[in-house]
Write a protein that binds this ligand. Structure first.
Ligand code: ADP
Length: 479
């Protein structure tokens, strides 16, 4: 297999080192591609190209930038099935979910094609008769973006669409597990006709590329989605040159079901929020709090739902839950299950790796439900990133608010209740950037997405994302 290449300054190029990397399908452990795998030297070339391109791209009219983004929207939509197949093959998610992801990415390109035209400034009444105040917004400069493998196309779209709309140029480093979908997206970027150097793709060793992003003063902003651990490293590195950062980091979402909830809707919402992408989303439920009076019925309904779910290769049409992304992801999930068992947890459903038949070569774990949870368990404090849900009973609203907020994370939280006043109280009391009230999938292109506390800084989505790629300039006119 010929190694696929990186896209730098409008050219497909191989890594300076000549190194390559295999891409593996987690459902079968088969090789699905080989890519050129570089380092900081390739990143430096891409940054130079982006820096050069910034001169003209930042001066292009908003309408012109919008035109390229709109082209890309059309191309991504048309390529939906192909891109979805690549996503599923390299990270395992069900095809239906992968198609939804690609449409979400296309929607981002369209939304920001429109938003590019709305970067308004303002004038402010002056206190001095001989001065006038004008405020304008300008692109921050070269953006270095680092994305994870769980939404390998949409995470890229959510960063590069607003960055390009704002007039920034971009160097993207995708995750090592999912370079093939990024390469396909860049083929479409090339077809969309963006001027050379405006959008660049570097695939390579994360530490080395990350180091170049932090050290190179031509990079003005680092936009990252990934673990809190790596986010902190990047923030420390960015501090040296006071680079702008936006960080979408880990989460530990509470999902709260009150006794007045519609339990069927709650269990369906939980299934979406916990088992989609095999539990490998930063907004996935990590702790399920159920009012003690509905604990048994809720647990039964959940187990019923899981019994009906089809686990398998994401490329099969009826698959609902795919494999985990790799061996490391699988080990972590199994470790969390074992740790809970060792500390007195009781497995109500699942709990094991699947190893027979169609599962023999993949990284599959059964969807799992655990009760008798204590706050010493890893599963109670750390992000599991797998299809495992611990159930914790509670007595009243104040107690559950305290429990839910007792976390260093603050990305997403979910509440199911049919009491309107409680909806408002919960929405306002939870220390989370995203709250789903009777909604297990709270994401839309135009809505802000991001976390409180150690879950991140800044917001993606909607016009909020534009702010992260713009500087504010005050111009004082003497008249
Ligand atoms: P996960 O554990 O879910 O893979 P990571 O935070 O390790 O999450 O990965 C998210 C992204 O961050 C990936 O693109 C990965 O290559 C990148 N990454 C990992 N370590 C570093 C690092 N030291 N510097 C820069 N990027 C990194």
């Amino acid at each position: 297999m010929d190694a696929k290449m990186m896209f730098i300054d409008g050219q497909w190029v191989a890594a300076v080192s000549g190194e390559t990397l295999e891409v593996i399908n987690p459902a079968t452990s088969e090789q699905v591609g080989v890519v050129s795998f570089g380092d900081g030297r390739d990143a430096a070339k891409a940054i130079d190209a982006a820096h050069q391109a910034f001169r003209t791209w930042s001066k292009a009219t908003a309408r012109e930038r919008s035109k390229y983004l709109y082209n890309l929207y059309e191309l991504v939509r048309q390529d939906r099935d192909n891109l979805a197949g690549i996503i599923s093959a390299e990270m395992g998610k069900p095809l239906r979910e992968a198609k939804g992801e690609v449409l979400g990415a296309a929607d981002n390109f369209m939304w920001y094609a429109e938003e590019a035209k709305r970067v308004y400034g303002e004038t402010i009444p002056s206190s001095l008769p001989n001065k006038r105040i004008m405020v304008i917004h300008q692109p921050v400069g070269v953006v270095a973006a680092i994305t994870p493998w769980n939404f390998p196309v949409n995470m890229v779209a959510r960063k590069i669409a607003p960055a390009l709309a704002a007039g920034c140029t971009v160097v993207l480093k995708p995750a090592e597990s999912t370079p093939l979908s990024a390469i396909r997206l860049f083929e479409l970027i090339e077809q969309a006709g963006f001027p050379k150097g405006v959008v660049n793709l570097v695939i390579g060793h994360p530490e080395s590329v990350g180091q170049e992003f932090m050290e190179n003063t031509k990079v003005r902003k680092i936009a990252f989605t990934g673990s809190t651990r790596v986010g902190k490293l990047l923030m420390e590195g960015a501090a040296k040159h006071v680079k702008r950062v936006s960080m979408e980091l880990g989460g530990h979402a509470p999902f709260i079901i009150f006794d007045d909830a519609n339990l069927d809707a709650a269990v369906e919402g939980l299934f979406e929020s916990k088992y989609r992408t095999s539990g490998q989303m930063c907004i996935c439920t990590n702790r399920l709090y159920v009012h003690e009076s509905v604990l048994d019925s809720c647990t039964e309904k959940l187990v019923e739902r899981l019994k009906r779910s089809k686990i398998g290769d994401g490329r099969n049409k009826d698959t609902e839950i795919g494999p985990l992304v790799n061996e490391k992801g699988l080990s972590k999930v199994l470790d969390h299950i074992q740790d809970a068992k060792d500390k007195g947890g009781y497995i109500v459903y699942g709990g094991n790796r699947l190893t027979e038949g169609e599962y023999a070569n993949g990284f599959y774990v059964e969807p799992t439900v655990i009760v008798n949870i204590t706050n010493e368990m890893k599963i109670y404090n750390e992000e599991t990133f797998g299809p495992v849900v611990p159930i914790i009973p509670f007595k009243d609203e104040d107690e559950v608010i305290e429990l839910a907020n007792d976390s260093n994370y603050g990305l997403a939280a979910y509440v199911y209740t049919q009491n309107n006043s409680r909806c408002f109280r919960m929405a306002e009391s939870l220390e989370y950037g995203i709250v789903g009230i009777n909604d297990g999938a709270p994401t839309q292109t135009q809505a802000p997405f991001g976390g409180f506390k150690e879950s991140g800084i800044g917001r993606e989505g909607g016009y909020y994302a534009m702010e992260g790629f713009l500087e504010t300039k005050f111009v004082s006119f003497g008249v």
